[in-house]
Design a protein around this ligand. Structure first.
Ligand code: ZN
Length: 262
């Protein structure tokens, strides 16, 4: 295992364990589906998606970034800007791209077919933050490869971005409700759990808001920010009305086949 992989996995598992412990001790909502059943399907999908992504795009994003640096490919690699400027700009660019990618996955019907696997979950917790169809993961990697190569994003920025984005996705999907004294100031900058649950509401106008996984800036800037839903956080109906029966989306196979169903 490379140094990079151990950093990524180390961060990933630490945040996952912390979030799951918090969910166990301070759950915000009760799951309408048996947790063991959901987790088997959600974590099963994470495993299948990772294997498929690895086989489809066997080269890592940071390896591509290193190659670009060596061969002067991409905007930043032909300019001579200080490295902290390049890293900062790279993080902003990648985050805006992920915001728009998420938004387009909601707006373009064929992409929504893939992304609805994530939204069909009738409960939101840490495992939902990882529940993405393998094709959505592969498309996302390809988009990031294009951006990294076009801008010449340095490998260190790719690593910081991937670790942070992954950690924040686990954080804002967690089934917890932070105390108001923490949540209020935090939501001035970050997408908190309460804000992200609005994105998982069954009301379409609410689903089509709060696309950011990290900061709230892009939603504010591009007019998709919603600070509250019609219902309170504890009463919010989560999931998709098209998939009211929790049972139908609780097996790994049904999740894999969901994009191809009517
Ligand atoms: Zn979404």
């Amino acid at each position: 295992m490379t140094n990079e992989q151990s950093w990524r996995l180390g961060f990933f598992f630490s945040i996952l364990v912390i979030m799951m412990l918090l969910e166990w001790q301070l759950p915000a909502r009760k799951s309408p589906i048996k947790s063991s059943k959901r987790w088997l399907a959600n974590f099963g999908l994470v495993f299948v998606s990772s294997v498929i992504a690895r086989l489809t795009v066997p080269i890592g994003l940071t390896a591509v970034a290193f190659y670009n640096e060596e061969h002067s490919i991409g905007l930043f690699n032909v300019m001579s800007l200080p490295s902290f400027v390049v890293i900062t700009l790279s993080l902003f660019i990648l985050d805006i791209v992920i915001y728009w990618q998420h938004r387009l996955f909601h707006q373009i019907p064929i992409l929504w077919r893939l992304h609805r696997v994530h939204h069909a979950d009738a409960h939101v917790d840490t495992s939902t933050g990882l529940r993405f169809h393998p094709l959505e993961i592969v498309l996302s990697i390809i988009i990031k490869l294009i951006i990294v190569s076009a801008f010449g994003v340095p490998a260190i920025a790719v690593l910081i971005f991937e670790i942070t984005l992954n950690g924040l996705a686990l954080f804002n999907h967690a089934n917890i409700r932070l105390p108001q004294v923490i949540e209020k100031p935090l939501r001035l900058l970050l997408m908190t759990q309460i804000l992200h649950r609005i994105h998982h509401s069954q009301r379409v106008s609410e689903t089509n808001s709060n696309y950011g996984f990290s900061v709230i800036w892009w939603d504010k800037l591009f007019g998709s920010y919603k600070d509250s839903a019609q219902k309170s956080d504890s009463e919010l109906a989560i999931g998709l009305t098209d998939y009211p029966d929790a049972k139908q989306n609780s097996s790994l196979l049904s999740l894999l086949l969901l994009p191809f169903k009517k």
